[in-house]
Design a protein around this ligand. Structure first.
Ligand SMILES: Cc1cc2nc3c(=O)[nH]c(=O)nc-3n(C[C@H](O)[C@H](O)[C@H](O)COP(=O)(O)OP(=O)(O)OC[C@H]3O[C@@H](n4cnc5c(N)ncnc54)[C@H](O)[C@@H]3O)c2cc1C
Length: 306
């Protein structure tokens, strides 16, 4: 059933900065996706909180958007309001760093290195925002955000402002209580991380090396969503896709990267339907050959059919 009534649409349309039928493809790293019914970009935490509270009160669905680097948005678009969170302030206080949810993890990695802090180099591999990284417990090269996270300032409609400790967020491999649990619908406003004092120049040299090496093994310069599948316990999704002979498999303009089996690349003009069909083909073939279920890491949102 559609969320839409004339009064809800009128309320949204009356809000400053809100646009209707806003294309989302260019706001994702995949370059894929239909329009948001309504869209707004906001940086002031209080305004963001008031808006999602207003949506929740009226029964209007909302999707929080960061950098759009872990999303496959349906061709038919997204119900209700898509709210892009762009609060990017940051504050370094000794070994602790507070960062707004809209700040990119890669940018934060450079900021903390400049401040002579170590232990956040892994974040140079995560192109998303701090908010998306908390939601997903982002990680790279064997390290995850939860290992350096002290607390999160958040907001929950009808419950108000919250301070969540790592235990409240119930982190797992690429998941948290914000994604699948009691905190679903919650907003990450700001995260505090704690790092070690060290040589910032060494941190930068390590990040440059990691980035260089990654560029040699993953198609990071293409339109993609990072890892499509989670690694199953004790194995790697990329290895399984390759072993199933699916590197280079194609559906329309969506292609399994020949460089790395866990990446699907939009060669230009791929649809979400193409990507979804390709994902299902890979899952079926890996199941048939190895009896292993590949779970998606990329999140499919919006009006998918079936
Ligand atoms: C080339 C490439 C490489 C990648 N490598 C890695 C990697 O090594 N490790 C890794 O973990 N990921 C990786 N990713 C995936 C992605 O960068 C991470 O999952 C990232 O954490 C997503 O952040 P985002 O801001 O892009 O979130 P989005 O894609 O915009 O959103 C993802 C989810 O987070 C939620 N969300 C966003 N902001 C907030 C907020 N403020 N409060 C609450 N919920 C919010 C959204 O509602 C959505 O459900 C890669 C992606 C690409 C394109």
């Amino acid at each position: 059933m559609s969320w839409r009534t004339a009064s809800k649409a009128k309320w949204l349309a009356s809000l400053p900065g809100v646009s209707e039928d806003e294309p989302l493809a260019s706001r994702t790293s995949f370059g894929i996706g239909g329009p948001a019914d309504f869209f707004v970009e906001m940086s002031r935490p209080q305004a963001i909180e008031e808006l999602i509270e207003g949506c929740a009160e009226r029964g209007i669905p909302y999707l929080l958007l960061g950098a759009g680097t872990n999303l496959l948005i349906a061709d038919a678009g997204v119900d209700g309001l898509v709210l892009r969170v762009v609060n990017r302030e940051h504050h370094v206080d000794g070994r602790q760093v507070r960062a707004g949810a809209g700040l990119k993890m890669m940018r934060l990695a450079r900021i903390v290195a400049d401040a002579g802090l170590r232990g956040f180099e892994f974040a140079i591999g995560v192109p998303g925002t701090v908010g998306g990284a908390v939601y997903q417990n982002a990680g790279c090269w064997g390290k995850e955000l939860r290992e350096v996270l002290v607390e999160v300032e958040g907001f929950m409609p009808s419950a108000g402002k919250k301070t969540w400790k790592p235990a409240d967020l119930k982190f797992g491999y690429r998941t948290s209580a914000l994604k699948e649990g009691a905190l679903k619908g919650g907003l990450v406003v700001e995260a505090t991380i704690q790092l070690e004092r060290g040589d910032g120049e060494q941190a930068k040299a390590l990040m440059a090396k990691l980035t260089r090496e990654r560029g040699e093994t993953q198609p990071i310069k293409t339109k993609n969503c990072g890892s499509v599948f989670k690694n199953p316990p004790g194995d790697s999704a990329g290895r399984l896709v390759q072993a199933a002979g699916l590197k280079g498999a194609r559906e329309g303009s969506a292609v399994v990267s020949t460089m790395h089996g866990n990446f699907i690349v939009n060669e230009g003009g791929a649809t979400a339907a193409d990507v979804k069909v390709l994902i299902e083909r890979i899952q079926a073939e890996v199941r048939r050959r190895f009896n292993i279920e590949l779970e998606t890491e990329v999140e499919m949102v919006g009006r998918f059919k079936g």
